[in-house]
Design a protein around this ligand. Sequence first.
Ligand code: TRP
Ligand code: ZN
Length: 868
Amino acid sequence: MSQQPQAKYRKDYTSPEFTITNIDLTFDLFDEETKVTAVSTVVKQGASSTLILDGEHMDLISVHVDGNKWSQYEVTKTQLHIHELPDQFELTLVTNINPSANTALEGLYKSGGAFCTQCEAEGFRRITYFLDRPDVLAKYTTTVIADQRENPYLLSNGNRIDSGDLEGGRHWVKWSDPHPKPSYLFAVVAGQFDVLRDQYITKSGRKVDLEIFVDQGNLDRAPHAMTSLINAMKWDEGRFGLEYDLDIYMIVAVDFFNMGAMENKGLNVFNSKYVLANDQTATDTDYLGIEAVIGHEYFHNWTGNRITCRDWFQLSLKEGLTVFRDQEFSSDLGSRAVNRINNVRIIRGPQFAEDASPMSHPIRPDKVIEMNNFYTLTVYEKGSEVIRMIHTLLGEDSFQKGMKLYVERHDGTAATCDDFVAAMEDGSGVDLTQFRLWYSQSGTPLVKANTSYNADEKTFVLELEQVTEPTLDQPQKQALHIPMNVELYASNGAVIPLYIDGKSVDNVLDFKQSSQRFVFENVQEKPVPSLLREFSAPVKFEYDYSDSDLMFLMVKATNEFARWDAGQNLIAKYLRNNIEFYQSKQELVFPQSVLDAFKGILLSEKLEPAFIAEMLTLPSQNEVAGWFKPVDVDAISEVLGFMKKAIAAELVDELTAIYHSLNQDAYIVDHPSIGKRALRNVCLSYLATTDDGENLVKAQYQSANNMTDTMAAMNAANQAQLDCREVMMNSFSDKWSHDGLVMDKWFMLQGTNPAKDALTNIKQTMSHPAFSLKNPNRTRSLVGAFFNQNPVNFHAVDGSGYRFASEILVTLNESNPQVASRMIDPLLKYRQFDEVRQDLIRTELEKLSQLENLAKDLYEKITKALEA
Ligand code: TRP
Ligand code: ZN
C-alpha cells in the first residue's frame, strides 16, 4: 500500500463551504463508455473560493463555469479542486465512466443486461464530481439516453416529465424529482424488464402508481413483493401517520447487488433475493424476508429520505429507526413473539460477537476509514434495540408524540441522532440525559442479578450490577440507563403487583447505576422472578435461576418471549455443563426432568405451532461460541449434536406423531400455515437423527409441493449426513441449475456441509456453471456459508479453511472490496480461539495486510485486528 488510508472523525464535522441546490444530469448510456453531463447550481456558503468535489474511477472530460471553459482546476485521485469561483454559478462537468468494468457494484454498473446504480454511501462520486455528502440536498432532473431495443425502460427518481426518440435506435426519458435529496439517494436504471403494476390510494386520496420491474419471465414471482408494498404503505399510515409523497413508486429487482436493497427516492433498487418468490422457488423464510425488506425500504421514505443524516456517523439515525419500524411492521402483521425471538437471536449471536471483536463501535461511530464497513449489525440491529428501549421507556403514545415532533422539526433536512433524542424527550417529557450514552458507548454491558426474599418483612430484593468491559476503541465505560422489565409470580402463577416505597410501580425499572437495589414490598410468598422480560435492553444477563424456576417460567410466564427465554436458559445450563464434561472426557448428561419440560411444550395444545418450533430450536453454534473464551469449536459442535440426538431419542414418538399430524395438502402462505410447516420441519430435523430419519426425509423430498418442505428435507439430510443427501443434491441441481437465486440454496448446503471432505467439495463446486465470485449472492451462499456456518471445517486445525478464506479474499479485494470486507469478519475474531488457531489466522491476516492494492475496506479491519 503506497499511501495509508486516512480516518475521519465525528468530532471534525464542519458544514460545507459550498452547497448545490439543483443538478441536471444527462446519461448517454453505453456499456463501456457512458458520458455523464452534470449541470449544477453551486452556491458559496463559507469563505473559500475553491470548490472541492469528490470523484473517483472516472475520466474528467471538461469543466465549464457559467458556460465558460474553465482551466483553473486540478484533479487528484479522489478530488477535483476548482479555483477562483464566484459566489454563485452554474458548473458544467462532463465525465466518462465504464459501467461494464465496474465489478465493485458501486456507482453505475451493469447487472446482467441492465444498467443500474448504487450510490449509498459514497458511490455517486463514481458517476460525477460532486459534494458527495448527505448534508448537501439538491433537486435532481435526470435525462437517460440509451438504445431503445436493449433498454426499453429508462428510469430515475421522481416523476417522468418528457421522452423522445433519437437517431440510431436510441431514445430518452427525462425525470424530475421535486424533493431535494442527498446524492446517495440518486438512482438510474435502464434495461429490459417485465413490469407488475398496481395502484395505491393514500389516506388523503393521492393515487400512487406502483411498479415492480423484474427480469423477463419472472412476473409470476413478483406478486408477494407487491402485496408487501401495499401492506407497508397502509401500515405506515395507520401506526405512524406517515403517507407517501410522490405519484409513482418503483422497485427494480437486480441480480448483482452488494446488500439487501436500497431506498433511492421513488426508485428502490433491490437484490432480487428480496423481491422474487413463488411457492416453487421460495421458502417461507424468503417470503417473510421479502415482506420485511420491502417494508424497510418503504419506511425509509420518511425515516431516511424526507429526514436524512447530517453525516455518515449518524447512520443509525435512519437505519436503527427504520429497522425498528420494519420489525414493528412484521410483528403487527405476524407473530410478535416469533419476530422478537428471531431479532433477539441476532443480537445475542452475531451482534454481541461484533461488539466483542476488534471492530466494536458505538451505534454512532466516532472514527471511520471506509463508510461501507459501518453498515453493521451494531448500527442496524443494536440501533433498533436502542430505539426500542426509548419506546419501552416512553410507551407507544409518547413515542408517537416524539416521532411527530421529530418529523415537524426536521422534515426536509439532514439531522443528527441528538436531534432525534431531543425530539423524543421534548415530545414525551421523559428525561433521556443518561440514556444518550447508548449512542456513544460501544460494547455489550453485562448485567448480573441477585435476589433474596425476606419472609418476615414480606420483601423481595433485586440487586442489579452492570459492567461494560473495555473495547478496543474505548478503554473507559460508564453506567448506562437500562430499562429492566421484570415480573414476579406467586407459586400459583398469579402476577404479584409491584410496590416500592409504598407506591405501585411499573414493570420497567430504571436501572442507572453501576449497582442498584430494588426492594419490592408486600410480597406474600417467595416469588419466581422473570427478569429482562422482552429482552428490554441489549445486554448479557446473568442470574442463577434454578431448574425448577425456569421450568415454571416456561409454562407460567405471561408473555411468550419470557417462556422461550426460560427454555433457552435451561438449555444453556446443560450446554455449558456438557461442554465442560466433554472437555474433561466425562459422560454427557441431559436430565429427564428437562427433557420432560420440553416434551410438555411439544405436546401443549394451547401453544401455537410457530412458537413451539422456536421453543424447540437449540441456540446456534455461533451464539454458544460467544459464551466462551477460548472457544472450543469441536466441543460445542459435539455437545449440540449430542443434545439434539438426546431430545430426538427421548421424544421420538411424540415428534413422529406431530410430524404426521401437521401435514398440509395445499401450500398456503399465511402465518398459521407457515407456523405448522415450521414446527413440522423442526420435528423432521430431530427425526433425521433417528432410525426412521432416512425414510422420512426421502419421503418428504419426494412428496414436497413447495420449496420450504424441499429445503427442510435437504437441510435435515445435510446436517444428519444421511445417505439420501447425494441423490437429493443431484436431483435439485439438475432441476434448478439455470436459476442462480434458487441455486443459492443448494450452494448454501454445500457451504455448510459438515462432512470431513467438505472443503474439497466446495472448491469443486466453485466451477459449477451457476457459480460466480462476481455475484455477491452466489459468493455469500457458498463461500460465506462455509466461513460462518461450517465451524468444524472452517476452523480445521490444519489451517486449510483459513488458507482458503485468504485466497478468496485476495480475489474479492480486487473485484469487490465491499463484499470482501463483509466476508473477512470471522477471521477478525481470532483472539477468541486457542493459540494454534490464533497463529494460523494471524498468519493469513498478515499476508493479506501486505497486498499491493489492499482496498480501504480490508485495510481498516485488518489493521484493527492486528493491533488489537
Ligand atoms: N440503505 C440500505 C438499507 O438499509 C443499505 C444499502 C444498500 C447499502 N446498498 C448499500 C449500504 C450499499 C452501503 C452500500 O436498506
Ligand atoms: Zn436501511
